[in-house]
Write a protein that binds this ligand. Structure first.
Ligand code: ZN
Length: 93
């Protein structure tokens, strides 16, 4: 069994299989967006699909560190992202 690529969550800093993490991408204007399909252009950062990690990761300082440039959290904010993930998870079942 192969584990596949591993990435570090920028919230808790634990290393996880890439498939378990949510990918964030920094757009050219500095705004960070959620990359649902994991294929958007740009530098990516990864975060666990949990409220705790998401809230830690989406602080501007943490994003800036992860992307090595000033970065703004997603416009929609953590709550909307998490709501979206919950909805997606429900839809999959
Ligand atoms: Zn995490």
């Amino acid at each position: 069994m192969t584990v596949g690529p591993l990435r570090t969550c920028i919230g808790c800093r634990h290393v996880q299989p890439k498939g378990l993490l949510l990918r964030l991408v920094r757009a050219s204007d500095g705004r960070v967006v959620v990359d649902e399909r994991g294929r958007a252009q740009g530098r990516g950062a990864y975060v666990c699909r949990t409220a705790e990690c998401m809230q830690r990761a989406l602080r501007a300082g943490r994003l800036g560190h992860a992307f090595k440039r000033p970065s703004e959290p997603p416009v929609s904010g953590t709550v909307v992202i998490l709501d979206g993930l919950v909805l997606h998870d429900k839809a999959r079942r």
